[in-house]
Design a protein around this ligand. Structure first.
Ligand SMILES: [Zn+2]
Length: 180
């Protein structure tokens, strides 16, 4: 039995990024981002989109990612180590069309499986769950940090967001299952 119903999809977001000391850009950047897409991480960023349900703005921030479990915001890697409810993990993987990957070939002790993204970045997927503060509509976002290839270069770090879905599920049951 599936738990998560997909209602709609967010295809554009607005991101405001403030530069850190090491960034090559020195002024705040306003970015209009098509999903899937990337945006500058900088020192802090604010991602905003229109709520599909009520039309108000929904915002998530760098700080939400850092303090990943603040009641209305939850984040996790989509790996067997992070979410031990495999049925739920597989449901999320199927919902977003993700690929199963493994960190070693074969079944070695200590190896683990995870879901990876399928777009321009293919690393381990992160999932974020958040709600519209106005109407409590629920959203799931798949994303990853797309760090610059060469630490010494001036390449800025980016966030890659693959998908944002408006969804519906029982909040308490979901939280219980992702944390058990
Ligand atoms: Zn809303």
């Amino acid at each position: 039995m599936t738990m998560i119903a997909k209602l709609d999809e967010i295809i554009t977001v607005e991101v405001l990024t403030y530069p850190g000391k090491r960034d090559i850009f020195k002024e705040p950047q306003q970015q209009h981002v098509q999903i899937p897409g990337t945006f500058l991480m900088g020192e802090k960023w604010y991602l905003t989109h229109t709520c599909k349900q009520c039309g108000n703005n929904v915002e998530i921030r760098q700080v939400d990612i850092e303090y990943k479990d603040s009641g209305w915001f939850f984040m996790s890697f989509l790996s067997w180590r992070s979410i031990r409810d495999i049925q739920l993990l597989d449901e999320i993987g199927a919902l977003f069309g993700l690929n199963i990957s493994t960190d070693f070939d074969g079944e070695q002790p200590g190896s683990f499986r995870y879901y990876s993204l399928t777009g321009i970045f293919k690393g381990m997927a992160l999932i974020a769950y958040y709600q519209c503060p106005h109407c409590k509509s629920q959203y799931l976002m798949t994303f990853m940090h797309a760090f610059a290839q060469n630490e010494r270069s001036a390449e800025p770090d980016e966030m890659y967001v693959e998908k944002i879905y408006q969804v519906r599920f029982d909040h308490d049951t979901f939280m219980k299952r992702v944390k058990k």
